[in-house]
Design a protein around this ligand. Structure first.
Ligand code: NDP
Ligand SMILES: CCCCCCCCC/C=C/C=O
Length: 332
């Protein structure tokens, strides 16, 4: 018998999440059984904390549920020959240290994963956030060589990959982030222009200075006020990929305009929201491409690793506050 620890949503978040909204529980897991669904015992090694957990908790969870989320886990006991003991998988089993599965809901890491590459990257650049950057840029922004791409939350899990893929695709890249250290990082990984949106005197001027001719593509991770200013800097026929709206996730009262219809009309813009799971049937293609670029050093990855399962709520709240450089990960 194994005792798992799990974080549950004690109380729906009101405004910004607080540590008191979570509860740490213990769960006795039953032994594995021949036949039936109890085929594998897995232990979480790395867990992901992601912005989507904030809006999705309200939409999909009730109080007392285990927090939603993804982990890289190691097979500890197996009655399923497809997963021998020691096999690492990506699972969507929520914030728990151990769990039982029949294997159907688990994803193996790509077979060409090098031994020396941290497996935590399967939650970041070679996982859901990387795929978001890949499909958002290729399929929604439809970026072309020579174009100028703007991305916000640029030093985060999705944004840092967006910028680097746009460079690989032959674009000029402008990134915005919320600290000088993040801006220095963006320049180090190849962004052409980067600025701290919190300290510029005018966002409007900073966007104009970074690209006086405007932007062909805008990969929007933030929404709200930033997006309503950036839209005025789009070139005619520009494309906006509405990936996230983190500036609005913690609002108790919805923000008011300015509204976007007039620049949309006069610049004949395309603006499309998307969710990465739309391309689940092309997951293998995306992961293969991302893994290759990471192994070749063309996509560099930084991780903000918080040690200790007990610190999951803190890591989640820290990420929402912008404390992470690159992908926010918890190491059990
Ligand atoms: N559509 C989809 O399928 C997917 C969408 N997403 C979305 O992409 C976005 C980025 O996600 P991800 O890369 O995982 O997270 P990040 O690693 O970028 O972490 C979140 C970052 O958002 C920034 N941020 C937080 N609050 C604000 C605010 N009020 N205004 C501006 N920036 C803020 C912070 O960076 P800073 O210091 O720069 O402010 C923070 O570090 C999110 O909106 C997320 O919901 C993610 C995955 C899939
Ligand atoms: C329980 C794990 C669910 C993983 C789904 C990932 C989809 C993320 C879509 C993100 C939207 C906004 O952040």
């Amino acid at each position: 018998m194994v005792t798992a620890k799990a974080w549950v949503l004690k109380k729906h978040f009101e405004g910004f999440p607080k540590t008191s909204d979570f509860d740490l529980k213990t769960i006795e897991l039953p032994n594995l059984k021949d036949g039936g669904k109890r085929k594998l015992l897995l232990e979480s090694v790395f867990l992901s904390v992601d912005p989507y957990m904030r809006p999705y908790s309200r939409r999909d969870m009730k109080e007392g549920d285990i927090m939603i989320g993804t982990q890289v886990a190691r097979t500890v006991e197996s009655k399923n020959p497809a997963f021998t003991v020691g096999t690492f998988v990506v699972a969507r089993s929520g914030w728990r240290t151990h769990f039982i599965s029949d294997g159907k809901d688990l994803q193996l890491l790509p077979s060409s994963w090098p031994e020396s590459l941290p497996k935590s990257l399967a939650l970041g650049a070679v996982g859901m956030p990387g795929l978001t950057a890949y499909f958002g840029l290729l399929e929604v922004c439809k970026m072309k060589p020579g174009e100028t791409v703007l991305v916000n939350a640029a030093a985060g899990a999705v944004g840092s990959v967006v910028g680097q893929l746009a460079k690989i695709g032959g674009c000029k890249v402008v990134g915005c982030a919320g600290s000088d250290a993040k801006v220095a990082y963006l320049k180090k990984i190849g962004f052409d222009e980067a600025f701290n949106y919190k300290t510029v005197t005018s966002l409007d001027e900073a966007l104009r200075k970074a690209s006086p001719d405007g932007y062909d593509c805008f990969f929007d991770n933030v929404g709200g006020k930033f997006a309503s200013i950036a839209i005025n800097h789009m070139k005619k026929y520009g494309r906006i990929a509405v990936c996230g709206a983190i500036s609005q996730y913690n609002d108790s009262v919805p923000q008011q305009g300015p509204y976007m219809q007039v620049p949309m009309i006069f610049k004949e813009l395309q603006m499309e929201g998307f969710i990465v799971t739309r391309w689940n049937n092309r997951r293998e293609e995306g992961l293969k491409a991302l893994l290759k670029w990471v192994v070749e050093g063309k996509v560099k990855c930084h991780e903000q690793v918080t040690e200790g399962f007990e610190n999951m709520p803190m890591a989640f709240i820290g990420m929402l506050k912008g404390e992470n450089l690159g992908k926010a990960i918890v190491k059990v």
